[in-house]
Design a protein. Structure first.
Lengths: 113, 114
């Protein structure tokens, strides 16, 4: 059973701070890792993906991947109230079923003005 | 504008009734997916299709059926055999065979059983 684990939160950070969202996965052969943002009542929106160990930066967002530790994180710098949402971690596995993404349950982020 | 559309936005079903959720995309994506989301839960895969006239069951296919007669369209039928159909249904699409399989979602259909 492939699993993706996230702290459900809520994670509360003050406006302007760095929000750190974490995700662990069970399938060591996983290839690609995605972060989706989901506002309440809306569908998920892809904000970043990463497939190599290390950091990947896009504006205020940085994804970090450590395959040896089976750990992926998302940092949001200069957090804004508009970043308040649930963040879903998704993992693309290897081998049979590699078209599939396995999703975590999400971490709810609240940015306090 | 390119994108994925789902209709209706809200749907109410009576006990014992079949209902069909529409999903259309004009992104020229090969693969399409149906997920179900329950409160506080992750997305769970119902069905997926990699090419026209072919589809496979996901993790929770019981009580659901799909068709893929056109590349652009992937409708989902929730049958009376699905005992707990109240959920948020999300359709997604991706370029089949891409390295990362980035999936993009439609706006969703919220189904409620009366």
């Amino acid at each position: 059973q492939k699993e993706v684990e996230q702290n459900s939160g809520p994670l509360s950070v003050p406006e302007g701070a760095i929000a750190s969202l974490n995700c662990t996965y069970s399938d060591r052969g996983s290839q690609s890792f995605f972060w989706y943002r989901q506002y309440s009542g809306k569908s998920p929106e892809l904000i970043m993906f990463i497939y190599s160990n290390g950091d990947k930066e896009d504006g205020r967002f940085t994804a970090q991947l450590n395959k040896a530790s089976q750990y992926v994180s998302l940092l949001i710098r200069d957090s804004q109230p508009s970043d308040s949402a649930t963040y879903l971690c998704a993992v693309k596995s290897s081998g049979a079923g590699s078209y599939q993404l396995t999703f975590g349950k999400g971490t709810k982020l609240s940015v306090i003005p | 504008d390119g994108g994925i559309t789902q209709s209706p936005k809200y749907l109410f079903r009576k006990e014992g009734q079949n209902v069909t959720l529409s999903c259309e995309q004009n992104l020229n994506h090969d693969a399409m997916y149906w997920y179900r989301q329950d409160p506080g839960q992750g997305l769970r895969l119902i069905y997926y299709s990699q090419i026209v006239n072919d589809f496979q069951k996901g993790d929770i296919a019981e009580g659901y059926s799909v068709s893929r007669e056109k590349k652009e369209s992937f409708p989902l039928t929730v049958t009376s055999a699905q005992k707990n159909p109240t959920a948020f249904y999300l359709c997604a699409s991706s370029i089949f065979g891409s390295r990362n399989n980035e999936q993009f979602f439609g706006p969703g259909t919220r189904l409620t059983v009366l």
